[in-house]
Design a protein around this ligand. Structure first.
Ligand SMILES: Cc1cc2nc3c(=O)[nH]c(=O)nc-3n(C[C@H](O)[C@H](O)[C@H](O)COP(=O)(O)OP(=O)(O)OC[C@H]3O[C@@H](n4cnc5c(N)ncnc54)[C@H](O)[C@@H]3O)c2cc1C
Length: 552
């Protein structure tokens, strides 16, 4: 059923005229071009249908409930969103409304003693972090940028610069309040028990985080709207105010005292591509050793291409740095922080030096261009990302090429397999990716070990132009690598458990799609909560499934 005038008036009744609009100009602003390839294709496919029929701005949980109950009465789809940074926050069909949480932007509690905060949907990472730092605490932030909604990211999944210490979003979530697609409210963790406080996830009270998270990346707005979360805070040894120099693209965070933080780059030189595997295995060995020693706040391996993109202040700067071969290969980056004392920091430095020597790594020296460009301009970002726009600078379109979660060893294997596929496609008859502004990332990948190496996350990136043809090429590359991952029975498949992928990959994971569909049927019987991205309630027929997988 189309979004009706009567539904619009009903929304205005409960929210006030100023908080519900169908003005085409305002609505168009909620359908802007996405800089991810799926977003580019989505826009090409949906055209004006990407423009929501209406945008609403609730100010409370009760108003969110009222909106969702109206959606059920008048049968219009709705999309809860945060800052709208990723493609699943945009309509895929006409008549959809977007719930913009801008009026729900309060930090409700910041508990210094028990190290947690309770926040509403529009609190950004940077907003919460700035308040937390004043009392010696912090939160991790995603490469997406610290401006995005902390609640949306934590509920969605979330991967961070210092995940080596903090793990992913799901592990930082303590409790939540969720308005189900029926309009009922459910609470998880101690938040669910009146007067119990907001401090804990496992109880007292039910732990329903799995319900919110879905397969791996959450329901992408497909299971109602989260209106409140409680999340962990972490120790912060740095200054109460984050130091920065310059502004916009030229901005660099700087000025941490050497008594508080120290950064290191480590290389494992070798011939490319013959010795790529050896290099990555050495990096893995270093991570395992560091994990055993329980040192560092940041430990990550960055692909050559990523290093260029994220450290370049202008497009020209990027090309100049590539020409000068500033980053001849991927590097390991390590950050140490004085969590308890300078003595502890110095102890960790000593241990790091021994471990790097043990695995045969070489510290990049301060006078080397790689050190100057990366450490000088980008290293501190790993504690708070403020330059996500740099990722899209080469081509105004950036995408994760492949991703996976597994042990560090398996991640290295998976990156190698994916890189081989990418190289073959580049050199093959179609020369896929040949015209991308930034060549395909085949020098390692982003290896992000979590929680002292207990497990690991990885991505490799592609940088097509915003043109639909190049976006299609990028998706063909991604599709080929993903097929290889599935063939290898890689756990990467679990990452793709979203939307139609539930139907395609669910059978590989104990038929998880059937469980999720049961939830969907129970709690969203009319399939109104972000229907384009959550799994559908019905079981897909074998013929349709074959089509989804690229067959006819
Ligand atoms: C350049 C780039 C880099 C990125 N790097 C990272 C990274 O390093 N780590 C990482 O974790 N992510 C990364 N991402 C993806 C990332 O998850 C999002 O960009 C970010 O977390 C989205 O936050 P947002 O506030 O913009 O949410 P939105 O884009 O608005 O929403 C994201 C999804 O969550 C749903 N949602 C939003 N709010 C709610 C709510 N209150 N209740 C229920 N569902 C809701 C939406 O429907 C949507 O499906 C990156 C994205 C880009 C474009």
């Amino acid at each position: 059923m189309a979004f009706s005038d009567i539904a619009f008036r009903a929304l205005q009744d409960v929210l006030g005229e100023e908080n519900a609009t169908n003005d085409p100009v305002v609505c168009q602003a909620y359908s802007r071009v996405q800089w991810l390839p799926p977003g580019v294709l989505q826009r090409e496919r949906c055209g004006l249908d990407m423009r929501p029929a209406c945008v609403v701005m609730p100010g409370s949980t009760e108003e969110v409930q009222a909106i969702i109950k109206l959606a059920n009465r008048y049968k219009f789809p709705f999309i809860p969103r945060g800052s709208g940074f990723t493609f699943s926050a945009f309509p895929t069909k006409a008549g959809t409304i977007v719930i913009d949480p801008k009026r729900m932007n309060r930090i409700l509690e910041l508990n210094e003693q028990d190290m947690y905060a309770v926040i509403e949907p529009y609190v950004s990472f940077v907003g919460l972090q700035a308040d937390a730092m004043k009392v010696g605490l912090t939160i991790p932030t995603p490469l997406a940028g610290a401006h995005v909604s902390c609640l949306a990211n934590y509920s969605w999944h979330g991967a961070y610069g210092n995940s080596w210490l903090t793990g992913i979003g799901a592990q930082n979530l303590l409790g939540f309040e969720l308005v189900l697609p029926t309009g009922d409210v459910v609470r998880s963790g101690s938040m669910a028990c009146p007067e119990a406080g907001n401090f804990w996830n496992d109880g007292p009270g039910p732990d329903l985080r799995g319900f919110l998270r879905g397969g791996m990346f959450g329901h992408a707005g497909g299971m109602g709207m989260v209106t409140k979360i409680s999340c962990k805070l972490w120790q912060w040894p740095g200054p109460a105010v984050w130091p920065t120099k310059g502004n916009a693209n030229m901005k660099t965070s700087s000025g941490f005292s050497q008594d508080q933080f120290r950064w290191y780059m480590i290389k494992f030189p070798g011939k490319y591509p013959e010795e790529e595997e050896k290099q990555l295995k050495k990096a893995a060995e270093l991570f395992y050793e560091m994990g055993k020693a329980e040192i560092a706040c940041v430990a990550t391996h960055l692909a050559k291409q990523f290093l260029y993109t994220y450290s370049s202040q202008t497009k020209q700067d990027l090309f100049d740095n590539m020409e000068k071969n500033v980053f001849p290969q991927g590097f390991v980056v390590v950050g140490l922080q004085a969590s308890t004392s300078l003595r502890q920091l110095e102890y960790e430095e000593k241990v790091l030096k021994e471990l790097v020597a043990k695995v045969g790594g070489i510290f990049v020296q301060e006078d080397e261009p790689a050190y100057q460009v990366w450490i000088g301009r980008a290293a501190n970002e790993w504690l708070r990302f403020g330059n996500a726009q740099r990722l899209a600078r080469p081509s105004d379109n950036f995408s994760i090429g492949t991703s996976n979660v597994d042990s560090i060893d398996m991640i290295v294997f998976d990156i190698m397999e994916g890189n081989k596929v990418a190289r073959d496609l580049l050199e093959g008859p179609k020369h896929l990716g040949k015209d991308f502004v930034q060549p395909l990332s085949v020098h390692g990948g982003w290896i992000s070990p979590q929680e002292y190496g207990y497990w690991c996350l990885m991505t490799t990136d592609v940088f097509p132009d915003q043109a639909p043809e190049q976006a299609k090429e990028a998706i063909e590359i991604i599709g080929n690598i993903t097929r290889k991952q599935i063939e290898n029975k890689s756990s990467a498949a679990v990452i793709h458990l979203l939307g139609p992928a539930y139907d395609m990959l669910g059978p590989m994971f104990g038929n998880v799609h059937l469980i999720i569909k049961k939830f969907k049927n129970e709690f969203d019987p009319y399939n109104l909560s972000n229907p384009g991205y959550a799994t559908r309630p019905d079981v897909v027929s074998p013929e349709e499934l074959q089509k989804m997988a690229g067959g006819h």
